[in-house]
Design a protein around this ligand. Structure first.
Ligand code: ZN
Length: 73
């Protein structure tokens, strides 16, 4: 039974390394503080800076109050 021969360096899993599209930093996406775009931005600051907002902000955003006073009919 032969063992698989491959490059060493166990422990560093490049599959989890992403490059932030905002600042170009290489990071482990699992450790990104970005809410919903962990695989795109290294942290929520880059996400917010690039988008102008965060997904979390959208999720928690309150709908604009409807302007009362208009009556139809
Ligand atoms: Zn970044």
């Amino acid at each position: 039974m032969d063992g698989a021969i491959g490059p060493g360096g166990a422990g560093m899993n490049l599959e989890h390394i992403k490059t932030c599209v905002r600042c170009g930093l290489r990071y482990d996406w699992r450790r990104s503080s970005s809410a919903s775009l962990k695989m795109t931005y290294c942290n929520h600051l880059c996400e917010a800076a690039d988008l102008g907002f965060t997904i979390e902000a959208l999720l928690h955003a309150e709908p604009e109050p409807e302007e009362a006073g208009t009556a139809s009919g």
